[in-house]
Write a protein that binds this ligand. Structure first.
Ligand SMILES: Cc1cc2nc3c(=O)[nH]c(=O)nc-3n(C[C@H](O)[C@H](O)[C@H](O)COP(=O)(O)OP(=O)(O)OC[C@H]3O[C@@H](n4cnc5c(N)ncnc54)[C@H](O)[C@@H]3O)c2cc1C
Length: 1005
C-alpha cells in the first residue's frame, strides 16, 4: 500500500508536476488564444468600423440608389450630356422645367462641325425624322450683289460630310430627350430647380436683339443655302427650317426697337427691311408678316467662359459661354464641350470624388479652347462687322468682309471651314481676319490713295485691332496663338468617329503588320548583297563628299560617282559661314578648312553713298562654336572633303558621269553612268542620293521642281593683293546691283558684281571691262584698297573670270522611293548671303542622324518614312536662310521707285544701327540663329525703319503714300516667302527650338 502510496506520491508528484506544466501550458495557450482572439476581434471590428466608415463615405459620395449626376435642363446640352454619360454607365437624373416640345427661335442651324460631334456622341440619328434641311453653305447679299460661299467639300482634314442641317429646334430637342430617356439609367423628370447656381460669367452684348418669325408653306429657290443679307442697320437672314417653312430673322439694336404689339415692327419689316432683301427672297420674307406670323425676340448675348470655383457642379451650354448668334454655332460648341467632358470623366469610377472631378474640369477649360475661342471670336467679330455704319472705316471693313468671303479660293473655303466648325484653329482665324483687314484697306485706298483715304485706312487698322484684341484678351493670347492646343484638339476630337476609326485602325494595323513583316523580310534578303553599296551618291561636291564621309563613318558602304575628280576651278561657295563651320565640326570634317589658306571672316562691311558700317558676327553664348566664317577657294575645300571621304575603306570614289536613274515600279534602284574609260555601267543600291549641284540633270527624274534664274554674277580673282581689312566681306550698295569684294586666300581677292539676268555685258567686245571700270568702280569706296583692287583686277585682264547664274529654287519633297535629292540640286537661294554650303551641310547632318537609327538602309519603306521628317526638321535653317536671301537680294537692287529706294536705305540704316538690330541680323546671316520668326521680326523692323526714313524729315502726303507702298512691298516680299516656305514652319517657334536643341547645341555630334 505504502508502495502504492509512494508510487502514487511519485505519480502524484510526477502527475502534479506534469499537471502543473500542463496547466501552465494551458494557461499560456488560452492566454495566447485570448490575445489572438482579442487582437483579431479588435482588428476585425476596427476594420469593419473602417469599412463602415468608408462605406459611409461612399454612401455619402454615391447615395445608394441615387444618381451619379443631376442635370438641370433637358435642352440640347442637357439631353446630349445625359445620353453620353448614361452610355458610360452613369446614373443620370435630368430635371426639365417643361417637357413639351419647345417653340423657340434658336439653335436651328447645326454646323458641319456640330454634326460631327453628334455622330461622335452617337446622336446623329436625332437629326433624322424631324424634316431637317440640308445646308451646303451661305449665300451673301450686299448692295444688289450676291455671292455663294459653300462649305469646303475637299477638306481632307474634316472627317465628315461637310454640310449643315436646318430644322425646328424643338423637334430636335424632343428627339434628344427621347433618345436619352430610352436608356434605363436616365431618369427624365419634369420639375423646376429652384436654387440657381451662381456663376461669375458676365453677360455682355444685350444691346442687340434678334427678331424672327416663320413664313409657312413656302420654299426658297435655293433651300440648301443660308441666305445672309448685309442689310442696314444689321444683317437679315432667311433659311429653310423644314420642307415647307422658312425662318426669317434680323437683328436690331436695343435703342431702336419698334413695338410688336402695335404693329410698328411689321411696318418696319415691310418698309425698311423688305426693300433691302433681294427680290427672289422678298416675297417669302414678307409672307410671314402678311400672314400675321408670331414675331419672336431673343436678346443677342455674349459671355466668355469662366472657370467654376464651386466643387460638384459644372455649368455648360449657354449658361456657361455665349457668343453672338450670327454664326449659328452655339450648339456646336456645346456638343464639343460635352464630348470633351465625357472623355475626361470616363476614366473616373466615382463621380462623387469632387476633388478629382474638379481637377478634370480644369483640363476641360483648356482642351475646349481651340473650338470655343475660334467660334467665339469669329461670332463676335463677324457680328460687329455686319453692323452698317456711317463711319467710312467701318463701312470699308464691312465691304472688305463681303469681298473676301465672296472672292472664292482659299479665302472663301478657309472662312467657311472656320464658320462650319471644320477648322477649329484660332490662328487660322486670326490670319483670315488680318487678310480681311488688308483687303478692306486696299478697298479704301482704291482707286487712288488720297490723304483722307489713307487716314480712314489707318483708322480701319484701329477698328480691326479693336475687334480682335478684346477677344484675344478674353480667350487668352496663349490659347489663341499657340497651335499646339489646336493640333491636339483636332487629333483627339476631329478625327473620324470613334467606332469607325477603331475598326479602320484595327484592319489597318493588321494589314500594316503583315505588309511590314513582308517588306522587312524582303529588305533583309536584299540587304548587303555582296559587292553592292548601301548608298550611291551622285556628285562629290560639298554635299556629296560630306554625306559620303558621314554615312561611311556610320558603317555604310558608299559608292560616290563624280563627273570630274580634278580640283574644281569655280567661283561659288567661297565663304563658309560660322553656322556652316559648326556643321562641318559636327560631321567631323572641320579639318577640311585647314591647309587651304582659308581666311578668317569676322564681319560684313557695308557701303552706301559714302557711308560705311562694319557689322561683326556676335559672340553669343548660345552658339556653341567660334563665331567666325572662312573665306576660301571652293575647289580646295571640295578636294579636301573628297580626300577625307575617300580615306575611309568603305567609300568608293569613282570618276564617272551619271546619265540616269534606274527605276523599277516607281522605285529608284540605282544609276547608269559612264566611267572615265567611257564604258556605260549600271550600279545598284537600296538608296541613291542625288547631289549633282545647281545644274542638276537628274533632279527632274526625282522631283517636280524648276529653278528660276534671278540674275548673274561676274567674278574674277585679283592676284597678289591683300585688302586692308581681309576679314570682312565688303558689300557696296552699288546701282543698279551690289558688288562684293573679299579675300579668298592670303594673297588673292575675289571681286564679284551682280548683273541683270537679261543684259550681260559682252566679255568679247570689252563691254564687261567698260561696265566694271565705268559703272561699278566709281561707286566702290576708295578706302581699304577696295577700288584700287578692283581696278587692278580689271587692268590685269580679269583673271579666272567667270559668269555664274544666280538661281533660286524652293525645296520640294521627293515622293519617289529609293532616292533623296540634296544640296543645290534640291534647294537654292540667291548667293548674296553666301549660305548655300551651310544649308547643304545642315541637310547632310539631319539625313545622317535620321538614317543612323536604321540598321538596314535596304528597308526603303522605313527610309522614306524617315525622309519625310527630314523635310520638316530642315525648315528652321532652310526657311530662315532662303527668306533672308530672297528679301535681301530684292532690297539691294537700286531703282527709281521711291518706296523701293526707301527700303534699300532703311535696310542700310537698320544694319548699321548697332545693338540688337545689327547683332540679330548678323547672327541670322552667319547661320548662328536659325529662327524664321526672329527673321520675320527683323524684317518688320527693317520695314518700319524704311517707313521712318521715307517720312523724315516731315511726313508730307507724298511721303506718306510712299511709306504705305513700302509697307505693301514688304508684305508682298514676305508674304511670297511665307507661302513658299510654309506659314507654319515660318511662324511656329517649336520646330526652330527643336532644331536648335538637336543641331545647334554642341560642336561635336
Ligand atoms: C555665284 C555663287 C556664289 C556662291 N557663294 C557661296 C558662298 O560664298 N557661300 C556658300 O555657302 N554658298 C555659296 N554659293 C552656293 C554654294 O556654292 C552651293 O550651295 C554649294 O556649292 C552646293 O553644293 P552641292 O554639293 O549641292 O553642289 P556642288 O558643290 O556644285 O557639287 C555638285 C557636284 O556634282 C558633280 N556632278 C554634276 N553632275 C553630275 C553627274 N551627272 N554625274 C556625276 N557627277 C556630277 C559636279 O561635278 C560637282 O562636283 C554660291 C553660289 C553661287 C552661284
Amino acid at each position: 500500500m505504502s508502495d502504492n502510496i509512494y508510487d502514487n506520491y511519485w505519480f502524484a508528484v510526477f502527475f502534479c508536476s506534469y499537471d502543473m506544466d500542463k496547466a501552465f501550458m494551458d494557461v499560456f495557450l488560452w492566454t495566447l488564444l485570448a490575445f489572438v482572439l482579442t487582437w483579431t476581434t479588435y482588428h476585425v471590428t476596427n476594420r469593419r468600423k473602417k469599412a463602415t466608415k468608408l462605406a459611409d463615405v461612399a454612401v455619402e459620395e454615391i447615395r445608394y440608389g441615387g444618381p451619379d449626376v443631376i442635370i438641370v435642363g433637358a435642352g440640347v446640352g442637357g439631353s446630349a450630356l445625359a445620353y453620353a454619360l448614361a452610355k458610360d454607365g452613369r446614373r443620370v437624373h435630368v430635371i426639365e422645367r417643361d417637357m413639351r416640345e419647345p417653340e423657340r427661335m434658336m439653335g436651328e442651324f447645326m454646323q458641319p462641325g456640330g454634326r460631327l460631334f453628334l455622330s461622335k456622341l452617337d446622336l446623329q440619328d436625332c437629326l433624322e425624322g424631324i424634316d431637317a434641311q440640308k445646308a451646303t453653305g451661305l449665300t451673301l447679299y450686299k448692295d444688289g450683289k450676291e455671292a455663294a460661299s459653300p462649305f469646303p467639300v475637299e477638306d481632307n482634314n474634316f472627317p465628315y460630310e461637310p454640310s449643315a442641317r436646318m430644322f425646328y429646334n424643338g423637334r430636335f430637342v424632343q428627339r434628344l430627350r427621347q433618345k436619352a430617356s430610352s436608356l434605363p439609367n436616365v431618369r427624365l423628370e419634369e420639375g423646376t430647380v429652384r436654387s440657381l447656381i451662381e456663376e461669375k460669367g458676365v453677360i455682355k452684348g444685350v444691346t442687340y436683339k434678334n427678331i424672327g418669325y416663320v413664313s409657312k408653306n413656302c420654299r426658297l429657290e435655293e433651300p440648301e443655302k443660308l441666305h445672309l443679307i448685309m442689310a442696314k442697320p444689321s444683317f437679315t437672314m432667311l433659311y429653310q427650317i423644314s420642307s415647307t417653312d422658312v425662318r426669317c430673322g434680323f437683328e436690331l439694336f436695343s435703342n431702336y426697337f419698334p413695338s410688336i404689339a402695335n404693329g410698328e415692327m411689321a411696318s418696319f419689316v415691310k418698309n425698311d427691311l423688305a426693300p433691302q432683301v433681294p427680290p427672289k427672297l422678298r416675297k417669302i420674307f414678307l409672307k410671314g408678316i402678311e400672314e400675321g406670323a408670331k414675331i419672336k425676340v431673343t436678346p443677342a448675348k455674349r459671355m466668355s467662359a469662366t472657370l467654376s470655383r464651386k466643387k460638384g457642379v459644372i455649368v455648360l451650354g449657354d449658361a456657361f459661354n455665349m457668343r453672338h448668334p450670327a454664326i449659328a454655332s452655339g450648339m456646336m460648341v456645346l456638343l464639343s464641350d460635352i464630348l470633351i467632358l465625357r472623355r475626361l470623366l470616363k476614366p473616373l469610377r466615382n463621380l462623387g470624388d469632387a476633388n478629382k472631378v474638379s481637377e478634370v474640369i480644369k483640363c476641360f477649360y483648356v482642351i475646349r479652347k481651340p473650338m470655343s475661342a475660334t467660334v467665339n471670336t469669329l461670332g463676335n467679330a463677324f457680328s460687329q462687322v455686319l453692323v452698317a455704319s456711317t463711319d467710312q472705316a467701318k463701312e470699308a471693313m464691312r465691304q472688305g468682309c463681303y469681298d473676301y468671303l465672296s472672292s472664292g479660293g482659299f479665302r472663301t473655303s478657309g472662312m467657311m471651314a472656320l464658320f462650319g466648325g471644320m477648322n477649329p484653329r484660332p490662328l487660322s482665324l486670326i490670319y483670315h481676319l488680318f487678310a480681311i483687314t488688308l483687303s478692306s484697306i486696299g478697298q479704301l485706298l482704291s482707286p487712288f490713295p488720297s490723304p483722307l483715304r489713307i487716314w480712314h485706312s489707318l483708322r480701319l487698322c484701329g477698328v480691326s485691332l479693336k475687334l480682335l484684341i478684346p477677344h484675344l484678351k478674353a480667350e487668352g493670347v496663349i490659347h489663341m496663338m499657340s497651335p499646339i492646343n489646336a493640333a491636339a484638339y483636332c487629333k483627339n476630337y476631329m478625327t473620324a468617329t470613334a467606332r469607325k476609326w477603331y475598326r479602320h485602325t484595327r484592319v489597318f494595323h493588321l494589314i500594316k503588320r503583315k505588309k511590314t513583316a513582308a517588306e522587312e523580310a524582303e529588305a533583309d534578303t536584299e540587304e548587303r548583297r555582296d559587292g553592292v553599296a548601301d548608298v550611291i551618291i551622285v556628285g562629290a561636291g560639298v554635299a556629296g563628299s560630306a554625306l559620303a564621309y558621314a554615312l561611311a563613318k556610320d558603317g555604310r558602304r558608299v559608292h560616290v560617282i563624280e563627273r570630274d575628280l580634278k580640283e574644281p576651278q569655280r567661283f561659288m561657295g567661297e565663304l563658309m559661314q560660322a553656322g556652316g563651320r559648326l556643321k562641318l565640326a559636327q560631321l567631323g570634317l572641320e579639318d577640311c578648312l585647314k591647309e587651304i589658306d582659308a581666311q578668317e571672316s569676322h564681319s560684313l562691311a557695308i557701303y552706301k553713298d559714302g557711308k560705311h558700317g562694319t557689322l561683326y558676327y556676335p559672340s553669343s553664348t548660345k552658339f556653341p562654336y567660334e563665331p567666325q566664317g572662312r573665306f576660301l577657294r571652293n575647289g580646295r575645300l571640295v578636294q579636301r572633303l573628297r580626300k577625307k571621304a575617300a580615306s575611309l575603306a568603305n567609300v568608293q570614289l569613282e570618276e564617272g558621269t551619271v546619265k540616269s536613274l534606274i527605276e523599277e515600279k516607281g522605285m529608284v534602284k540605282g544609276v547608269t553612268y559612264k566611267n572615265s574609260a567611257g564604258e556605260e555601267i549600271t550600279a545598284f543600291a537600296p538608296l541613291t542620293v542625288v547631289c549633282d549641284g545647281c545644274y542638276s540633270n537628274l533632279r527632274r527624274s526625282a522631283i517636280d521642281n524648276k529653278e528660276e534664274v534671278l540674275s548673274h554674277f561676274v567674278g574674277f580673282v585679283v592676284k597678289n593683293s591683300r585688302l586692308e581689312d581681309p576679314h570682312s566681306m565688303h558689300l557696296t550698295f552699288c546701282k543698279p546691283f551690289p558688288c562684293v569684294i573679299y579675300q579668298i586666300t592670303s594673297d588673292e581677292v575675289r571681286v564679284a558684281a551682280e548683273l541683270p539676268a537679261d543684259s550681260i555685258p559682252s566679255m568679247a567686245n570689252g563691254d564687261m571691262v567698260n561696265f566694271l571700270k565705268k559703272t561699278v568702280a566709281p561707286q566702290i569706296p576708295e578706302t581699304g584698297k577696295l577700288r584700287e583692287t578692283l581696278l587692278k583686277g580689271v587692268d590685269e585682264g580679269l583673271q579666272e573670270v567667270k559668269i555664274h547664274a544666280t538661281m533660286s529654287m524652293s525645296a520640294k519633297p521627293c515622293d519617289k522611293k529609293g532616292v533623296i535629292v540634296l544640296g543645290d540640286a534640291f534647294n537654292m537661294r540667291h548667293p548674296i548671303i553666301a549660305s548655300g554650303m551651310m544649308v547643304a551641310l545642315s541637310d547632310v547632318l539631319i539625313i545622317r542622324n535620321l538614317l543612323r537609327s536604321l540598321p538596314n538602309i535596304g528597308n526603303t519603306k522605313k527610309v522614306s518614312e524617315l525622309i519625310k521628317s527630314f523635310y520638316i526638321i530642315r525648315k528652321p535653317m532652310a526657311a530662315t536662310v532662303n527668306t533672308l536671301a530672297a528679301v535681301f537680294s530684292q532690297v539691294l537692287i537700286a531703282t527709281t521707285d521711291e518706296a523701293r529706294e526707301g527700303m534699300r536705305q532703311g535696310c542700310f540704316s537698320y544694319l548699321c544701327s548697332g545693338g540688337f538690330r545689327t547683332t540679330g541680323m548678323m547672327a541670322i546671316l552667319g547661320g548662328m540663329n536659325p529662327r524664321p520668326l526672329t527673321l520675320v521680326l527683323h524684317l518688320v523692323g527693317i520695314t518700319l525703319t524704311s517707313m521712318g526714313c521715307l517720312l523724315s524729315p516731315f511726313p508730307s502726303p507724298r511721303r506718306f503714300w510712299h511709306s504705305l507702298r513700302t509697307f505693301a512691298l514688304a508684305l508682298k516680299m514676305l508674304g511670297a516667302h511665307l507661302v513658299d516656305e510654309g506659314f507654319k514652319e515660318m511662324l511656329i517657334p517649336t520646330n526652330a527650338a527643336a532644331y536648335r536643341r538637336n543641331y545647334m547645341a554642341t560642336a561635336s555630334d
